[in-house]
Structures are given as C-alpha cells and as structure tokens.
Ligand binder design. Structure first.
Ligand code: 3PG
Ligand code: MG
Length: 396
C-alpha cells in the first residue's frame, strides 16, 4: 500500500482520532454482540497507540439509523466489549460532536480511550457534510483510518475529515489492502475464486476484474441459478435475475476467452419453499422440478469444487453456497468452509456474511485471512478505488 500508516507519524502524547468499523452484528433479543471480529481486528492499532501514550478517540457507525438517535444502535455495548478485550476502561460518550464531547475529550489523559456515539445519528455523516467532518476533526491532532469495512463510503468521518487533519492508515486497513491487493497483483497459481450468495449483480464487477487473474471460478449460492438459466438449464422456481441472464452469458463467454474454468453446480438441493421446516431433495441440475427452487449445492458439486480447490495455490471465497441459516441447506457452505482450512494454499475469505459464517463455525483463525469488509472487499476486488484509502496521505 502506498499510503502512510500510523507507523509513519508521531503519535506519542497526541490526541489520535481513529475511525473504526464497529458495525457488529447484535442479537436483537438479548442485545449481545454475536460476532466481535471487527472489534478484535482493531486491537493492533489501538494497542500500538496505547503503548505510545496517545489519547485515543474512537469513532464508528452502527446500523443505518439515518440521522436519528436509535436506542438499539448505540455504541455502549461495543465500548463494554472493547473494554473487556483491552483490560482497561473505555468511556462511551452519548454523542459524537458538540460541547459535552469536546469537554470530555479535553479532559482525557495519556492512554485514555473514548468511544464517540454512533456517527450516523447525525445526517452529516452519510452526506459527507464538511461542517460535521470539521467538528469531528476538532477532537484530534491526527486522523487514523482503520475502518476497512466502511472504506467504500465517502462519508464525513471517512474521506471528508482527511481535509482537516493529517490522515494515515491503521494496521487493519493496511493489512486488508495488502492482502486483497496481493490477490489481484501477484497471486500464486492456480488461483480459484469461489463465489456464492444471492445476487449476480453484487459480483459482476469482481468477476470482470478477476478475468485473466483467476484460473477457475466456482459458482454456487442463489446466483448460480442465473448462470444455469443463461446456459439453458431449467431452474424450476429459483429466483433468477432476469435482467442479468445476458450478463451471465457474457461473463461465461469472456471466461472461455481468458481460459478461466467456470464450474457451475452439477447437482443441487431443491425445496418447494425456503423455510426451516421445508423438505430438502438432492437432484441433478438438469432434473430440477418446475415447482422447486435451488437452496444449496449438491454433494457431486461439492466434490468437484473440492477437487479444484485442492489443486489451487490461492483461494478467494465470498458468499454462501446455499441458505446457510437453515440447517438442511447449509451442508455445501459448511463443507466449503471446512475444506478451506485444510488447503495448502493462501486462503482469503471476503467479509460480511461469509466472515460471520467462518466465525460461527469457529474456523476464522484457520484460514490465511478473513476480511472485515463485505461491500468494501467486493468494490476493491472489483477494481474500484476506495474513498477511505484515496483520502490518506501518500507515502513519500
Ligand atoms: C458494513 O457492515 O457493510 C459496513 O459497516 C458499512 O455499512 P453500510 O453498508 O451500512 O454502509
Ligand atoms: Mg454494507
């Protein structure tokens, strides 16, 4: 990465304003954080700053409160979890700008940690409002961006704030960019990408950008239905993105030209409806009943994917192979997740729900890297510049 990092700037005794992505999943009933990966991923930067007696002012969004205070989306539970992980107090403030916040920050001592309230309680955050960014900037001497998960948003606390403070990357942002960048720039071959999830539309840019870089593309999940349809396979009542059938056909044509081996499901698990109590039936892909829909990849497909992956030196995976929330449709995804941990390859998993799956299965530490960014990793691997990275100071 050709951007300055927290290593390249004097942070000792400074007030360091750190943008993190603490947008963590929370159980709506208990309010408990169900996956704290994003909090743990920010620890290297926070600990580095603590070791240098900085005053650490953390800021994040959570959810999409759209400019209003939403009680369930406060950051106090995150502050409690961070405090446990750091083994020291973390003060959660109840706003992110204004006189009370300024007073609290002015009273901070070296190595104190404060977490501002949800940035998206103010409309200025998502609008990229300059005055709002300036009010945030007043709380620090240096700006550190460690929020890879939100690096694709040109929001006030992400890109606009960099106009007002020296802006450098934290260790997580650096690691994400270097790891994902390595996939695009110099992957060890064979390089296989496994893509799943509901929608082709989310993956078109990535597939296009990966042409000529990957050797094989394995396609599962809901999006496989659109690819199968484009090949003339009857997919029953599966959700097909009608407006993307031509795009899927075009991607397969391009893949052939680039010698990219696209592997689609040979068999699938079908069901009359996506429901916890619905039946799951294994069928060959050319035998999908008209009134049933694809809910997972089948065992023959898993075997074909396994063979390709065992022969690979680099693997990127994003998107579930089926409806992973329902046990009867989770086998393909679970098999893939487990397989990844056994490969003699660089294994990188995209963020969002795929990262959550790895965490739930207790496998996140057994692959090379799990990204903390869903949308951000898709945009980055799709070849788009990320506002959160562009805004930072260039390395001299
Ligand atoms: C995410 O989880 O996708 C990031 O935190 C960004 O949130 P957003 O998609 O609501 O902008
Ligand atoms: Mg998102």
């Amino acid at each position: 990465m050709n951007k300055m990092t927290v290593r390249d700037i004097k942070v000792r005794d400074k007030r360091v304003l750190v943008r993190v992505d603490f947008n963590v999943p929370v159980d709506p009933r208990s309010g408990a954080i169900t996956d704290d990966s994003r909090i743990r991923a920010a620890l290297p930067t926070i600990n580095y700053l603590l070791e240098r007696d900085a005053r650490i002012v953390l800021m994040s969004h959570r959810g999409r409160p759209k400019g209003k205070v939403v009680e369930e989306e406060r950051l106090a539970p995150v502050a409690r979890r961070l405090s446990e992980l750091l083994g020291k107090p973390v003060t959660a403030l109840d706003d992110c700008i204004g006189p009370a916040v300024e007073k609290a920050v002015a009273a901070m001592k070296p190595s104190d940690v404060v977490l501002l309230e949800n940035l998206r309680f103010h409309t200025g955050e998502e609008k990229g409002d300059e005055a709002f960014a300036k009010s945030l900037a007043a709380l620090g001497d240096i700006y550190v961006d460690d929020a890879f998960g939100t690096a694709h948003r040109a929001h006030a606390s992400i890109s606009v704030i960099a106009r007002f403070l020296p802006a450098v990357a934290g260790f997580l942002l650096e690691k994400e960019i270097n790891t994902l960048g390595g996939l695009v720039e110099n992957p060890a071959h064979p390089f296989t990408a496994v893509l799943g999830g509901a929608k082709v539309s989310d993956k078109v840019a990535l597939i296009n950008n990966m042409m000529g870089k990957v050797n094989a593309l394995l396609i599962g999940g809901g999006m496989a239905a659109t690819f199968l349809k484009a090949k003339g396979v009857g997919v029953g009542s599966s959700n097909v993105e009608a407006d993307l059938i031509d795009t899927a056909a075009d991607l397969m044509k391009k893949a052939a030209e680039h010698n990219v081996n696209i592997i689609l499901p040979a068999d699938v698990i079908v069901t009359p409806e996506i429901d916890f109590s619905a039946a799951a039936t294994e069928v060959a892909v050319d035998k999908i009943p008209a009134d049933q829909k694809i809910a997972d990849i089948g065992p023959k497909t898993t075997a074909a994917f396994t063979k390709q992956l065992r022969a690979s030196k680099t693997v990127f995976w994003n998107g579930p192979m089926g409806v992973v929330e329902m046990p009867q449709f989770a086998s393909g995804t679970k098999a893939l997740a487990n397989l990844l941990t056994t490969l003699d390859a660089t294994t990188v998993v995209g963020g969002g729900s795929t990262a959550e799956t790895m965490d739930t299965l207790g496998l996140a530490d057994k692959v090379t890297f799990v990204s903390t960014g869903g949308g951000a990793s898709m945009e980055f691997l799709g070849g788009q510049a990320l506002p959160g990275v562009t805004a930072l100071l260039d390395r001299k």
